[in-house]
Design a protein. Structure first.
Length: 276
């Protein structure tokens, strides 16, 4: 087996123990390396889809958050790790973009909000002037999304996207289908879409913001790990091949167990049907 392919199938909980991976994270986050590594493992443990992709790509995608100094806790919404075509990709959330913009020191205010039925009092698509009154909400039905910023020099800009525009954007650009944040955090992804469009078209772009736009939903950069290294972990004498073999055997056992559970469930449903 090709050594690099073998590494890509080693579970993340083992990869983060590799000296080169630990050093790579430490070079960026310094003494926060242990916490970051723990967060990566926790994310994979809580998302079975990520456990089934190229495990090196999980590390690669997580490093996008590390280089931008954004937390990868999926519940916070700064950066999501999303499975796509057998690999993991980093998707930066609207909170991540706000954080990076604030660091530039050029923005006085910035926000993005969901607009509910009744709150939009006026909208001119040509001038992009928006009338918004949250006190006039008629229901909890989201009809659109507003992004806004004001610079320290006084320049300000507002954009509004209808829900239909957001859905069209999602259908055109979403890569991971039902496994993406669009399926679980639609409003957050909609706010990110509006804010990203606002910043890239009208806002001053710092180096970090430009880097975020370039790496958002892009194929991760390769992790520089010596593929010829056999004993890659600090606390075990197992070789890469040993670990991969164990991982594959565990996956096979899991498939067999899942099959038994499905058969048992089918038998129960058949019995219930006969009783009815």
């Amino acid at each position: 087996m090709n050594q690099q392919n073998a590494l890509s199938r080693v579970p993340v909980k083992q990869l983060v123990k590799n000296t080169q991976v630990k050093n790579m994270i430490a070079n960026v986050l310094h003494d926060r390396e242990p916490q970051f590594a723990t967060s990566i493992v926790s994310i994979v443990n809580s998302n079975r889809s990520l456990a089934n992709v190229d495990q090196l790509s999980v590390i690669q995608s997580a490093m996008v958050a590390a280089t931008l100094d954004l937390p990868i806790d999926q519940n916070l919404g700064y950066v999501w790790l999303v499975p796509y075509k057998g690999k993991a990709q980093a998707q930066i959330g609207y909170k991540g973009y706000i954080q990076l913009a604030q660091r530039s020191g050029q923005y006085k205010a910035m926000n993005a909000v969901t607009v509910y039925e009744g709150e939009l009092t006026s909208w001119n698509p040509l001038t992009e002037e928006v009338g918004y009154d949250p006190t006039k909400r008629k229901s909890d039905t989201a009809i659109g999304y507003i992004g806004y910023f004001k610079l320290l020099n006084g320049f300000e800009k507002t954009v509004y996207w209808t829900r239909e525009q957001i859905e069209a954007h999602r259908d055109r650009f979403s890569k991971a289908g039902g496994k993406s944040p669009w399926a679980t955090d639609f409003d957050a992804m909609a706010l990110k879409t509006v804010l990203k469009s606002l910043l890239t078209k009208w806002g001053p772009m710092s180096t970090q913001l430009a880097e975020a736009v370039a790496k958002d939903e892009a194929d991760p950069e390769p992790v520089n790990i010596d593929a010829d290294e056999v004993e890659i972990f600090d606390d075990t004498s197992e070789t890469t091949e040993d670990i991969v073999k164990g991982f594959e055997e565990a996956q096979k056992r899991k498939s067999v167990e899942d099959g038994k559970e499905n058969n048992t469930q089918s038998d129960k449903e058949t019995q219930q049907g006969e009783l009815l």
